[in-house]
Design a protein around this ligand. Sequence first.
Ligand SMILES: Cc1ncc(COP(=O)(O)O)c(C=O)c1O
Length: 390
Amino acid sequence: MNYLFPQRLQKIGPSQIRENMRLALESGAINLAQGRPDFPTATLVKEAAIQAIAQDQNQYSVTWGLQELREAIASHLLFRHGLTYDPETEITITCGVTEAIVAAMLAVVETGDEVIILEPAHENYVPAVYFAGGIPRFVTLRPPDFNFPYKELQNTITSRTRAIILNTPHNPSGHVFTKEELNKILSLAEQHGIWVVTDEIYDHLFYAPHHHIAPASLAPGWKGMIMTGGLSKIYAATGWRLGYVIAAPNISSAIRMVHDYLTICAPTPFQHAGVAALRLPGAYYTELRSTFLHRRDLIMTMLMESGFEPYAPQGAYYLLAGFEAWDHEGDSQSFTKRLIEDAKVAVVPGSAFYYQATDLGKHLVRFAFAKRSEVLMIAGERLSNAFRNR
Ligand SMILES: Cc1ncc(COP(=O)(O)O)c(C=O)c1O
């Protein structure tokens, strides 16, 4: 049988991030491709997962997630941003932000609706829009500072625009949206009746003087906001698949229905551990930020010493870098292959993140630095040797 993919899948390719991770594994390269921490999850949190399994918390949870976890998320957001949500009707636990975004798209996008994505964009957004029958439209953030281009957003909005996906702190550029940028996006969205779907998975990861502002805190009570976040990155538990989506009760019921038929519920024992994670003291986040600040400074220095032009991230744990001094003849894809061969370091080509301004993507690569300093230092040595012998 000659199987043809349905149309909506023909527009999507396999994930370049996961592909580069597989290549890294096969070739023994250091994996700076995927945002996959190589340091341990907090002991207290791991113990809570072990205990939940031992105590037989191993069956489906209620579809929208354990009540204790929804309450813990509500308290966390109240404490951090002064936001008030009803865990009964507004908070849904999902299998990661990945599922949260897909569920949000399926809940709000009608076939043929347009969804605005800020590029360079995390790889999952475009497929999520296509799954829902939507059409992605792009607004380009450009180096060196990836500031938000207000006019471009204004010009991209049409009568068919249904939603905008807003990721802050931003992967892959590391841009942290300012209050002014967020206010502009929100006022355009309110004016045109567009859903704002946020992805705040890196909410605790920013480098002074930048700091994360939850878009919802600038528009209290506005019903067009769909906020997503997750536990993968901040608690170094990417394999647990825990995320959440928060929206007004009517839209939350649509999201809950989608989530129910997609996955039924997030893994129950890890939801119990998620409660323990959210109870970690404030010092946990301060230390997380200072460790990542050190890693960021280390990778910046090491890249500058090996012929790259890195753009300093304001938040999250990625950076984009140009590689002009390497005198590479091809684009970022072939450069990525060359780095695996010559330096045994895996990264992701910038072309994986740019859909409209494709020329920008050809000249950039993304480094993920959620790695222990000693691993980053070995990667640095390999890169500078390969640069010297180029
Ligand atoms: C911006 C962004 N959103 C979502 C995800 C995936 O999150 P989760 O593990 O919660 O599905 C990632 C992972 O790299 C990401 O960078």
